[in-house]
Ligand binder design. Structure first.
Ligand code: SAM
Ligand code: DTB
Ligand code: SF4
Length: 325
């Protein structure tokens, strides 16, 4: 007989579906139309299928980074010609955030080319977070690895999201980055989650990784408990002077498949069509939205590279009947 407390039993609470890499590889292998249909079913069960969230990025500290990430324009170890800059003054950050809000962004994401912030840097960043929050924007920062207590200071300042990507599958990580490990990334992600900050975590594709590696990255992201609230899927932007400058471009349909797999395995996360849009046609971006992407970086610059002008995105939204989330 059922006990009266059966309703409260943990077995009746929704549990997060766990995905094995092989299962995600099987999704990748579906006929394209079947994969997109599955992604649409999941997308429509959880979101308005025509609404897209917009975040604007600002590089608050550019270049001169100690890390050796093989894709990055900002590593001091690659000769990309990028000048190292100081942390931006507060006033410049506030002006950029206000301009982003005026153009329709709802979240402002500040990025710094650091292995991690020093305490005196963090104090300046917390002032930026509070000021941006006061403008009525959601706040996000990406500052590298955090030390004990730093996530709490960011939370206290009003931080809504921390971006820290897994970037690629564990088996490919060492091919791209040698100065820190994926375990270090998880350590910071745990600190962010522990402080009650939303997690923004995704990766990059088009770095010469296999389909299995793409599936393994998605499995890792979907396996985080809970899954990241926000999942940026970046297409590598090739940067002259970096080890990955000559990476062969990914088949565009494979990029769309990656978005669809992220949507299916992380049903309630915002999946962000991130770096690489400047090089994509409107038609390819439309396929990404059809595959379940429902967020973009908005504004003519990512961190150091170009992003489509706001006007091009406005026109695309209008042609596709997309609305701002
Ligand atoms: N230094 C911090 C870190 O590594 O977390 C924050 C800034 S870092 C530039 C943020 C993310 O941008 C990286 O994790 C990576 O996913 C993405 N990224 C950097 N360069 C890229 C490129 N050339 N193409 C695509 N994504 C890139
Ligand atoms: C993310 O996943 N992509 C953004 C943001 N998080 C910080 C950064 C993309 C950087 C693209 C290369 C550049 O502009 O330097
Ligand atoms: Fe530094 Fe981040 Fe670029 Fe790596 S991705 S080199 S940590 S700025």
């Amino acid at each position: 007989m059922l006990s009266l407390s059966a309703e409260k039993s943990p077995a009746t609470l929704p549990t997060q579906r766990q995905w094995r890499t092989a299962e995600i590889e099987a999704l990748f292998s579906l006929p394209f139309n079947d994969l997109i249909y599955r992604a649409q079913e999941v997308h429509r069960a959880h979101f308005d299928a025509n609404a897209v969230q917009r975040s604007t990025l600002l590089s608050i500290k550019t270049g001169g980074c100690s890390e050796d990430c093989g894709y990055c324009s900002q590593s001091a170890r690659h000769s990309t010609g990028l000048e190292r800059e100081a942390l931006l003054p507060l006033g410049e950050v506030i002006a950029a955030a206000q301009a982003a809000k005026d153009k329709g962004a709802t979240r402002f994401c500040m990025g710094a080319a650091w292995r991690g912030p020093k305490q005196k840097d963090l104090e300046q960043v917390t002032a930026m977070v509070s000021a941006v929050k006061d403008l009525g924007l959601e706040t996000c920062v990406t500052l590298g690895m955090l030390q004990e207590g730093q996530a709490e200071q960011l939370k206290e300042a009003g931080l809504d999201y921390y971006n820290h990507n897994l970037d690629t599958a564990p088996e490919f990580y060492g091919e791209v980055i040698s100065t820190h490990t994926q375990a270090d990334r998880f350590d910071t992600l745990d600190k962010v989650r522990g402080a009650g900050i939303n997690v923004c975590c995704g990766g990059i594709v088009g770095m010469g990784e296999s389909r299995r590696a793409r599936a393994a990255l998605i499995a890792e992201l979907a396996g985080m408990s809970p899954a990241p609230e926000s999942v940026p899927i970046n297409h590598l932007v090739t940067i002259p002077g970096t080890p990955l400058e000559k990476a062969a471009p990914l088949d565009p349909f494979e990029f769309v498949r990656t978005i669809a797999c992220a949507r299916i395995t992380m049903p309630t996360s915002l999946v962000r069509l991130s770096a690489g849009r400047e090089e994509m046609s409107d038609e390819l971006q439309a396929l990404c939205f059809l595959a379940g992407a429902n967020s973009i970086f908005y504004g003519d610059k990512l961190l150091t590279t170009d992003n489509p002008e706001a006007g091009r995105d406005e026109a695309l939204f209008s042609r596709l009947g997309l609305t701002a989330m």
